[in-house]
Design a protein around this ligand. Structure first.
Ligand code: PRP
Ligand code: URA
Length: 213
């Protein structure tokens, strides 16, 4: 819970803290960075999937026949915000191997920090799916807010947002714009700088995942 908002969960697990410290280090190379992003996605995803519905099936154990819980057949969708969100997809798919994957392309204008959409493809029927939007960085909040607007505009209803690092400014803006969306955050950082980068942050997540720049 954050500022009394039950829709916001900030992870307090030591493994998540440790792994985020490794991401922050500017000497962590692309290969290791990508692997750690995937691991953190699994750990934050584990929290975010806590309320998945269960069905019961009959299973024959070596001892007896028992009714046992399995994840209910509800359709799920993982939707990364390109590019950096792609780094979290593998981890989420390890938790939900049958989920479908949509993509939303957004880039931030380097001067205005306003997000611009360049791609959107979502798995049908999006209105029936439990949707997990993933992006490592929640800075001003503009990209996440617009991505969720797009999904809602196409009928998406049951939406959860997951990130690795958030700035307080973006977190508050996202929670206010989409009060129905659950938000899971690996770590809440201090603030944004004048270039709308998160401090202390980890730099440009997309560049660090894909080795660009
Ligand atoms: C980064 C990040 C988010 C966005 C966050 O993407 O992955 O999508 O910035 O910033 P905001 O909260 O202020 O909108 P970027 O636009 O740099 O694109 P990239 O992933 O292609 O590098
Ligand atoms: N996008 C990033 O990748 N990093 C930041 O700190 C802010 C936006």
């Amino acid at each position: 819970m954050y500022n009394g908002n039950e829709n916001i969960v900030i992870c307090d697990h030591p493994l998540v803290k440790h792994k985020i410290t490794m991401l922050r280090n500017k000497n962590t190379g692309t290969n290791e960075f990508r692997a750690i992003v995937e691991e953190i996605a699994m750990l934050v995803g584990y929290e975010a999937l806590r309320d998945l519905e269960l069905d019961e099936i009959e299973v024959e154990t070596p001892i007896e026949t028992a009714m046992c819980p399995v994840i209910a057949g509800k359709k799920q969708a993982i939707v990364p915000i390109l590019r950096a969100g792609l780094g979290m997809v593998g981890g989420m798919l390890k938790l939900m191997p049958t989920a479908k994957v949509g993509h939303i392309g957004m880039y931030r204008d380097e001067e205005t920090f306003e997000p611009h959409e360049y791609f959107c493809k979502l798995p049908a029927p999006i209105e029936e799916r439990k949707i997990f939007v993933v992006d490592p960085m929640l800075a001003t909040g503009g990209s996440a807010i617009d991505a969720i607007n797009l999904i809602k505009g196409r009928g998406g209803k049951d939406i959860t947002f997951l990130c690795i690092i958030a700035a307080p400014e973006g977190l508050e803006k996202l929670a206010a714009a989409h009060p129905d969306v659950k938000i899971f955050v690996g770590n809440l950082d201090r603030e944004l700088n004048a270039n709308a980068y998160i401090c202390p942050g980890l730099g440009d997540a997309g560049d660090r995942i894909f080795g660009t720049k």
